[in-house]
Design a protein around this ligand. Structure first.
Ligand code: 5AD
Length: 443
């Protein structure tokens, strides 16, 4: 988005470039021809997205220069870790101290953290995750735009508001022109450098049509494209990669095969994992994760979920809360809301998962604050970003369609103009000292 800074190419080694951001060096893969040392580029998600003129870059950098260092300072201040509190629990301090030094924690220790309830202990745990985020990723934060191109879905996932169980939902499918227009606006008007195209599993688009749309977006509006169309088969993944998609957003939802198969009628975890593994082999960046709070899920399951995301080479972890939808089979069997679960307690459960993910994969992963988490509380994005997360997604689906992509009720930003989302995101990120360079830092 507009919250993105150009970098200067310092060095080129085959298809890898080293990019300088005010003295910080970061790595990116380059697939564009005609990039030379000294050029200014925009990069996102590890890829060079576009080249920009020196004149334009220098004027943007002049605006950023002072801000960049101020942001770094704010971030450093907010991520300072002090484990010297003598009143704190000794065994907790000992675990967090090892975590802060990037030492591996045992399963029992991770479960202990996942089960914490005491607010003072949780605060130290979240601060440790934030410290690790800062140490390995500096103040970088990435912001993707998501376009939900269709809410048709042939699947019957028991929890999902756009599954085929929901007969009350008005369905839509954007035309190619509508998708191109939404992409054009996202990239050219709002400055997004990375877009996720998402839909239910909708046979209404053929793979060739999707490939054609991706090619055209890549040609006209240079961006990093993630696809999220469900299980489209290996052939489909290959074709869309050839068309220019470079990322796959596909959650495995639950690593427990029994839970998976109970809630995804007629689907197998094996098939989902096969897609994720093959996509990685093809070269896709992987965004994956699961739902927190599916009925029957244990803390052990959740820990396994985080480990599975890492095993699948998640370049970004996406874990969000399950939110019951009234027009799904799960609404009926969800006594969870009687007595109602406090939103703050649900937020806490998910933020713990983000913090564990940061401890397990501190050096590599980006960790997303999901819209579902933001739906639970306005403060949730901030809480997540201060507990290890460093990534956000904004919704750039045309407003006329957005309410119909109702995977759960009352989604955050459902009727919020993109300008408003950008404004509040930029002000949140600035208040936390985060800057828009999301490439791997060379320490
Ligand atoms: N609550 C929260 N997230 C949901 N999703 C689907 N239904 C719900 C719900 N009721 C999530 C799934 C899917 C993503 C697109 O939306 O995890 O991967």
């Amino acid at each position: 988005m507009c919250y993105a800074i150009p970098g200067k190419v310092e060095k080129i080694e085959k298809n890898m470039v080293i990019v300088d951001y005010f003295g910080e060096k970061r790595k990116a893969l380059n697939e564009l021809s005609q990039i030379s040392v000294g050029d200014y580029i925009y990069a996102q998600g590890g890829f060079v997205v576009s080249k920009i003129s020196a004149l334009e870059a220098e004027s943007i950098l002049a605006v950023w220069k002072e801000t960049f260092f101020q942001l770094q300072e704010v971030d450093l201040r907010l991520s300072r870790l002090n484990l010297g509190d003598r009143n704190a629990d000794k065994s907790l301090l000992e675990i967090l101290d090892r975590a802060s030094q990037s030492k591996e924690l045992s399963r029992a220790e991770l479960l202990y953290l996942l089960e914490l309830k005491d607010q003072a202990k949780l605060e130290l745990f979240f601060k440790t995750a934030n410290f690790l985020r800062q140490k390995y990723h500096k103040n970088s934060c990435c912001v993707h735009g998501i376009i939900e191109i269709s809410n048709y879905c042939i699947r019957g996932c028991l929890y999902c508001g756009i599954s085929n169980h929901n007969k009350e939902l008005q369905r839509y499918r954007m035309t190619k022109d509508e998708i191109l227009q939404a992409a054009q606006e996202a990239v050219q008007v709002y400055g997004f450098k990375s877009l996720v195209l998402q839909s239910g599993e909708d046979p209404g688009y053929s793979i060739d049509e999707l490939a054609d749309i991706i090619k055209e977006i890549k040609n006209k509006f240079p961006t990093l494209i993630f696809i999220s169309f469900g299980e489209i088969g290996i052939d489909g993944l290959e074709k869309l990669y050839q068309a220019g998609a470079r990322g796959l957003l596909m959650r495995f939802e639950s690593s427990n095969p029994k839970i998976y198969e109970d809630v995804h009628l007629g689907q197998s975890l094996e098939s989902r994992l096969m897609h994720l593994k093959e996509a990685y082999k093809i070269g896709y960046l992987i965004i994956t994760g699961g739902l927190i709070g599916i009925p029957g899920q244990s803390k052990e399951d959740i820990l396994n979920d985080i480990f599975l995301a890492k095993e699948l080479h998640a370049e970004m972890f996406s874990f969000g809360p399950f939110i019951p939808h009234p027009h799904t089979p799960f609404a009926a069997i969800m006594p969870a809301q009687h007595p109602p679960v406090r939103a703050s307690a649900q937020v806490e459960e998910v933020v713990k998962v983000l913090a564990i993910a940061r401890i397990i994969d501190h050096t590599q992963a980006k960790i997303l604050v999901t819209t579902a988490l933001e739906t639970l509380s306005r403060e949730a994005a901030k809480s997540g970003l201060l507990a290890g997360a460093n990534s956000l997604m904004l919704n750039v689906t045309p407003l006329a369609y957005r309410p119909f992509y109702a995977i759960y009720p009352n989604r955050a930003h459902q009727s919020e103009d993109i300008n408003v989302q950008i404004e509040s995101t930029v002000s949140l990120l600035r208040s936390l000292g985060r800057a828009p360079t999301d490439l791997e830092v060379i320490l």
